[in-house]
Write a protein that binds this ligand. Structure first.
Ligand SMILES: *Cc1c(COP(=O)(O)O)cnc(C)c1O
Length: 493
């Protein structure tokens, strides 16, 4: 391309940057204004999009208006609206103005902070924010840079799991004397632990047959039994295996169960296992003093992770990982190619976050968590959590009052697990089929979205209250919708 045409080819000139960015912000603002008008769950058929778009690539530039029109006409119908206040499925993914501003700055600077020198502010702010967040959760100083540990932002819990498992594996293999011992290493979790840990164990080379799923049941409200963990460990030792790693969950995905961290920590300390705490969802709640007790015993863990992108007003993606011995993580993940060598890294006076994660390149994620904390303050962040918990209590009371329904497990956070009672479902086996139909009826109405889980062999409906925009009247409307659909199903049954 000659210099003449270069003048008309300006992918980042200040005028179009300003005008087009503003147009997109206006577009997003409209989207939020209208978000309740869309069916929460998209109802498009697979392949719907390719039928709408030409399969040829444009040769000439297209105007932004045309593109935004297509976003409006073709993309939005294919969205499930996670930011809708009527979204009660899975676990929410909080967006906020502050989180969005942080994303904008991150995207605006577009720096790649793989090591300290590649953007000192990106590294240093990340360390500061991890200490802030750790202090909000009252983590012991052994997890903080201010103490003897440290933290890092990953994109997801899955990445964090891979990294801590790799650190634990390498420490153990070093002690055992070589890679050939990898087939002896055993990882423990419960049948409620997020499937991401099984995947992570496989990725770091733990034989799938060495992944122990400790069974849970109604009798312990689906939390992991320390006695069962102990006996599984003892059995494995007897068989000549080497217990490596236990994942305890604070707020499980199916039902919000909490594993007894302090008691599990005694077992892992005794048998020298790595204890990781997965607090992806419920970790955020522990900024409230009245909920912090669920993390009691955290001082016995080797690492802990939680996702501010779930319940902490931080737009996707953001996972905090703290580790007591960062050197074990960096021993496992350090790469030292010539092109990245520099004085600061050599002096070991700085953190090079490339050695704390899988990828080399990394986004400046700390900006958004930093802005989220500063713009809300602990006061509003606690209000955010507490208001959802209040709404969940209200929903729980609705379920209790209607004799056709029952709560399946006690609520701890803002996830309510309930179902139509088997008696109400009469002819249906265990009520599973009718509850499945009820979920289908709620979701296909487009007025709200809930999801389901199976716990102890029982199909449960999950109502996870926690989107940024959800208010009490949305919860009231959800319950009315559920009653209406249940009524229709029970009459037709
Ligand atoms: C959501 C969730 C995960 C997975 O988080 P990603 O960041 O999507 O990998 C893991 N564990 C628990 C308990 C979760 O709720």
């Amino acid at each position: 391309m000659g210099s003449a045409s270069r003048k008309t080819f300006l992918p980042l000139d200040p005028v179009s940057f300003t005008n087009e960015s503003k147009a997109v912000i206006d577009f997003i603002a409209d989207y939020y204004e209208n978000i309740e008008k869309y069916p929460v769950q998209s109802s498009v058929e697979p392949g719907y999009l390719s039928a709408r778009f030409p399969d040829s690539v444009p040769y000439c530039p297209e105007p932004l208006e045309d593109i935004l029109k297509d976003v409006n006409d073709c993309i939005i119908p294919g969205l499930t609206h996670w930011q809708s206040p009527n979204f009660f499925a899975y676990f929410q993914a909080n967006a906020s103005t502050a989180g969005f501003l942080g994303e904008m700055l991150c995207s605006g600077f577009n720096v790649v902070g793989f090591n300290w020198i590649s953007s000192p502010a990106a590294t240093e702010l990340e360390s500061i924010v991890l200490d802030w967040m750790g202090k909000l959760l009252k983590l012991p100083s052994s997890f903080l840079f201010a103490g003897t540990g440290g933290g890092v932002l990953h994109g997801s819990t899955c990445e964090a799991a891979v990294c801590v498992l790799a650190a634990a594996r390498d420490k153990a293999l070093k002690e055992l004397g070589g890679w050939e011992h990898i087939t002896k290493l055993v990882v423990y979790a419960s049948d409620q632990t997020h499937f991401t840990f099984q995947k992570a164990a496989k990725l770091v080379g733990i034989p799938p047959s060495n992944f122990r799923l400790i069974e849970t049941s109604f009798s312990t409200e689906f939390s992991m039994s320390p006695e069962m963990v102990r006996s599984a460990i003892e059995d494995d030792i007897k068989s000549g295996l080497v217990p490596l790693f236990l994942c305890a969950t604070m707020g499980t995905t199916p039902t919000g169960a909490v594993d007894p961290i302090a008691e599990l920590g005694k077992v892992t300390t005794e048998f020298k296992l790595w204890l990781h705490i997965d607090a992806a969802y419920a970790g955020s709640a522990c900024i409230c003093p009245e909920l912090r007790h669920y993390l009691d015993g955290v001082e016995l863990a080797n690492s802990i992770s939680m996702n501010p992108h779930k319940w902490f007003l931080t737009n996707m993606d953001c996972c905090c990982l703290w580790i007591k011995e960062p050197n074990l993580l960096t021993d496992s993940l350090t790469s030292d190619p010539e092109i990245l060598r520099n004085k600061a890294s050599k002096s070991r006076a700085v953190v090079d976050y490339k050695d704390w994660q899988i990828a080399l390149s990394r986004r400046f994620r700390a900006l958004k968590l930093w802005i989220v904390i500063r713009r809300h303050g602990l006061a509003n962040l606690m209000y955010h959590i507490r208001s959802h918990i209040e709404m969940a209590k209200r929903f729980e009371a609705f379920v209790r009052k209607d004799e056709r329904f029952e709560l399946v497990v006690p609520r701890k956070f803002a996830l309510v697990c309930f179902r139509l009672k088997p008696e109400a479902a009469a002819a249906e086996e265990e009520g599973g089929e009718l509850n499945r139909k009820l979920v289908e009826a709620i979701n296909s109405s487009g007025r709200a979205l809930v999801s389901h889980a199976v716990a102890g062999g029982i199909y449960v409906i999950r109502c996870a209250i926690g989107t940024t925009l959800t208010q009490q009247h949305h919860v009231d409307a959800l319950w009315k919708l559920i009653q209406e659909k249940a009524q229709a199903l029970l009459i037709n049954n």
